[in-house]
Design a protein around this ligand. Sequence first.
Ligand SMILES: Cc1ncc(COP(=O)(O)O)c(C=O)c1O
Length: 508
Amino acid sequence: MKVRVDRTSAVPLYRQIVDQIRGAITSGQFEPEDRLPTTRALAGELGVNRLTINRAYEDLMGEGLIRGHVGRGTFIADRSTDGGAAAAVDGPQAESLAWEHLIARTPARALDGVSAGSGQAGARPGMISFASLFPDPGLFPVEPFRRAMDHVLRHEGGRLLGYGPPAGHPPLRAWIAQSLRARDIEADPQHIIITNGSQQGIDLVARALLDPGDHVLVENPTYTGAVQVFQSYGAELIGIPMQQEGTSLPQLEEAIARRRPKLIYVMPNFQNPTSLTMSLASRRSMLRLAQQRQIPILEDDFGGDLRFEGPELPSLRAMDRSGHVIYLSTFAKKLLPGIRIGWLAAPPAIVDRLTGLKKIADFSTSLVLQAALYEFCRRGDMDRHLVQVIAAYRERRDAMLAALKRFMPPDVTWGRPQGGLVIWLSLPPRLDEEEVARVAAERGVLVGRGDLFHITPGARRHFRLTYAQASPREIQRGIKILGEVIRAGAVRRSTDQAVAHDERLPLI
Ligand SMILES: Cc1ncc(COP(=O)(O)O)c(C=O)c1O
């Protein structure tokens, strides 16, 4: 047999060799005890390192397909005499499955560079993190939530520990509809679908609407968790640059005319990652455009309740009278991310489709958690908690704004968020965000690199700084360090491997 290697393939060379020799053995091209070339000879023939051949032969030996005899060489194993054939099927030496050849192509692309970890990449104990949008566990209302949970278990335990309706627990849907009405959003409880976090809401909408090759129009930069969902369904993204008022209208019009997107995804309040709020005029024109061109909008209001100042502007959904806007929100940021409860307020025409997809995905969101959350809201604990977290996050925002003013050089700029959990910082062109982030991490401060939120390579000179987790004192200390790193120029490359050069920071 002739072994070949393809250096352009993503499959490692040793694996290519293993696959070909295994294929030749199992298809009967070899007889037992046939001799394989020496590692040196095969390495020479293929022009690869001898270690590569060693590794391939070791794997094949591990699978029981070949044997090595010291001093004599490497031979095809006789699997008929020693139970080897059976061992290859059932035993501890069963052939390992080459999963890398089986992975479906479309979602794989969305997962490039994403770790399956907790989203705290690069974190070491004692570091100050301005990188992730995880709310502070120290602010979680554990006791009131436990009381609500005890109450529902005591009174309705048996029923609540069964499966729930796919669209969600009716009392919770009614409570959400009522709280939306207080914000001028007309929504019938029947049109609210409870999801497993708002992340699942994005996924359901994408599943309902997108075919591979469809275009989705997003703000640029945007929330990477949504980008990954859209890409996992094979969608192509069109990014519209963020401006002070929201997205650029002429560019939006041009992109819609040219690419006919299937969906528009926006965050009008405290956009992640820029924290910008879309002006009323921009909201109106975006909605008008979507209506004229018959394009649905997914409005992600993940943190609209966390407002510190300024008037609340009407949501796109509140202004929509023609069923173009799917509104999405979550209890994750304002309450508890761990209960994984978000919701969609959908136009009637798409409710059944979304509910069907929710059922296919996971039958329903945990009924007992929805019931505990409803009880928590019914008792007024949600409203009380909101007052507390808004005060705590406002204090942290103010601490960060004050520290930035004090410690940043004059050519660094940032926005003042009216709510939410992040500040978007812009560096002067002389600095590279990756280098600044790396040196800051060496000094114990994690920041979210702006380029990770851009869907097209842009100017690498932004940071998303979240004040969700650090205390005001830590914020001051961390911003002081970041200021020192920026003032020092941060162009030095370090040999410190504690934080890898290409470490990707959190995606939420
Ligand atoms: C803009 C935005 N939308 C949706 C989500 C998903 O949140 P969850 O699934 O926890 O509700 C996040 C999480 O950070 C987010 O930032």
